[in-house]
Write a protein that binds this ligand. Structure first.
Ligand SMILES: [Zn+2]
Ligand SMILES: [Zn+2]
Length: 182
């Protein structure tokens, strides 16, 4: 996941683009896994003190549904950006090309360091993928979970149960009206 910036390193304002497919060994939350290589496209712009990187990553993951426990696959898309500062090999790695602290971009920016002419997108891309993962893994947004009668996912062909859902409000009303049928 490397982008070579040697073509633009002396040209303020110039950019270089790259796109690639990469198989990542990335641990996703909740036991989910990437199901194949991810597609990454990125643009690096020589922004003076830093190299500005922005790009997109997409791919597919597999997970177990939090409600019905069925395994499913789903796509994800995410975007990333960050500022890269060139550091010099052999020096303290916290030292940069900046003359003084005040020249450093604000700490609010995501700041990454690189050496030589190659920027490694691995960290940015990994963070972007983790941010794209849902809070809850659901096989579909209206997944109704497991059937209390047969234990199969509700609505699945394997569950043929007729589950009568009784709304407690209607039940109270029905008693009040003294009728069996509403
Ligand atoms: Zn489900
Ligand atoms: Zn059932």
């Amino acid at each position: 996941m490397l982008i070579n910036i040697s073509a633009i390193k002396d040209q303020h304002g110039a950019s270089v683009r790259g796109s690639l497919q990469e198989t990542l060994d990335l641990e996703l939350p909740g036991g989910a896994d990437l199901t194949g290589p991810v597609s990454i496209s990125a643009e690096v712009t020589h922004a003076g003190e830093t190299f500005h990187v922005q790009g997109k990553v997409s791919g597919n993951f597999q997970a177990e549904c939090d409600r019905c426990l069925t395994g499913f696959k789903a796509p994800f898309h995410s975007e990333f950006q960050g500022e890269f500062v060139r550091t010099h090999a052999g020096r303290n790695s916290s030292r940069t090309d900046f003359d003084s602290e005040k020249d450093l971009p604000s700490a609010e920016d995501d700041l990454y360091q690189f050496q030589g002419d190659v920027i490694d997108l691995a960290e940015l891309v990994s963070e972007a993928i983790l941010l794209a993962m849902p809070m809850k893994y659901l096989c579909r947004t209206d997944c109704q979970g497991l059937c209390p009668s047969c234990g199969m996912p509700k609505g699945a062909e394997s569950c043929g149960c007729e589950v009568e859902e009784i709304n407690p409000n209607f039940e109270a009303l029905r008693k009040l009206l003294g009728r069996e049928e509403v």
